[in-house]
Design a protein around this ligand. Sequence first.
Ligand SMILES: [Mg+2]
Length: 186
Amino acid sequence: MRQQILLDMDGVLVDFLSGALEALNRDFNKHITIEQYASEFGQWGTYDYYGITVEQFWNSIHETPDFWYNLKPMPWYKELYALLSEIGEVTILTTPSLDPSCAMQKLQWLDNYMNIKSDAVFLGSRKYLMAGNGILIDDYQKNVEKFKSSRGDAILIPSNWNTNGLTFKRIKSTIDPFFAGVILPR
Ligand SMILES: [Mg+2]
């Protein structure tokens, strides 16, 4: 059987945080850039960085029309997907927000940018339930830890919200050891 790869979306294929910062800057009258965020904070918990509540954070996002659909891709999204597709069968594993339209917009985004249809997508926050069914590639430490503690294999990759000057090369070097060195030439 081919290697099964479970690929996260936000922070991996999609630049979620830049979109979130734009919404928050608008609503809370700030001018925070993603570079500033990565160097000054570099962790999840954007609401703490802005000094707002979790509810305010999500309100800002949910009140932005087509927020999820309009998110920009990460620079390497196509290359990363193509590379992983050479190694195995890739399934998108992504957590929608509590707004039901988020799930729809995520599917629309994947179709629009990547021609990925819903048959290759799992939407849900309980990623650990997929442990043992493929190797997870995710930028969120908690997802990776929970996946591993459920006896799954998972790779934590850096993202633009915690690493300035991030390159595709850096991402490849993080992923490569898990696939017995097939990604980078020796
Ligand atoms: Mg993510």
